[in-house]
Design a protein. Structure first.
Length: 247
């Protein structure tokens, strides 16, 4: 993809990309000079200038009777994208609530294989409440999708500021792995010996996600406020009967 194509992908479309690139190449210049280099009509150039000024990608300076365009540092593009991302992030809870309530039905998605499991795991990082709950079978999850994938998910979760309360069951062989850690925003409890979680469960916002054993090799994501509330109640009951991780 060329520079213009990349600018368009970043939201600077059409003639705005041509104008901005020309201004970067020329530096401080008149609108006429930039329009000529960009191959844009002068009248249209002033309309484009107004849009780029509003986006913070260029500025103008008055020298005597003449006005000149000054291209801003391209880091402004990154700030623009980050601002857009922040806006979308703030809107997500309301938009997802509208999406989930449409027709009064839960949204159910079924994934097969390792890539599907990775998809569901990565979606837990979209947790808007920043509070993630999980019931994990160590022996199963470390086989599928594997130790490396789980380690990478942990790093991304910590970077996103998401805390995790987790109840672990399964073989004591993995008991010393990924214990309670303030740095990794994780609080761990061990399920009673009689409890065996063959399926890993994640709970966040209004989503319940299940990850199967290696034998069945699937992941299931259900967006339902009622189901999530029910599963969260079961989680809290199991949490109270589980053993805190004390070393």
């Amino acid at each position: 993809m060329d520079l213009k194509g990349m600018l368009q992908a970043a939201g600077v479309e059409g003639n705005k990309a041509d104008f901005y690139l020309a201004s970067l190449e020329l530096g401080e210049s008149s609108v006429a000079a930039i329009a000529q280099k960009a191959g844009i009509g002068r009248t249209n150039a002033y309309e484009i200038l107004d849009r780029l000024l509003a986006s913070g990608l260029v500025a103008t300076v008055q020298k005597g009777t003449r006005s000149f365009v000054i291209p801003q540092d391209p880091i402004a593009l990154l700030r623009r994208v980050e601002a857009q991302r922040q806006t979308v992030q703030e809107l997500l809870p309301q938009l997802r609530a509208i999406h989930n309530s449409a027709g009064g039905k839960p949204k159910v998605r079924f994934f097969v294989g390792v890539e599907g499991i990775k998809t569901v795991l990565n979606e837990t990082l979209d947790c808007q409440s920043k509070e993630l709950r999980a019931i994990m079978s160590n022996s199963e999850l470390f086989q599928t999708p594997g130790f490396t994938v789980i380690r990478d998910i942990i790093a991304k979760r910590v970077k996103s500021g998401i805390t995790l309360r987790i109840i672990r069951s399964g073989s004591p062989d993995t008991r010393d792995l990924w214990r309670t850690s303030e740095r990794e925003r994780r609080t761990l409890r061990f399920a009673p010996p009689s409890f065996e979680a063959g399926v890993t469960t994640y709970l966040y916002d209004d989503v319940v996600a299940f990850i199967s054993s290696k034998a069945e090799h699937y992941a299931l994501s259900i967006q339902s406020a009622e189901l999530c509330a029910f599963q969260t109640g079961l989680f809290e009951a199991l949490w109270e009967s589980s053993v805190p991780d004390v070393r």
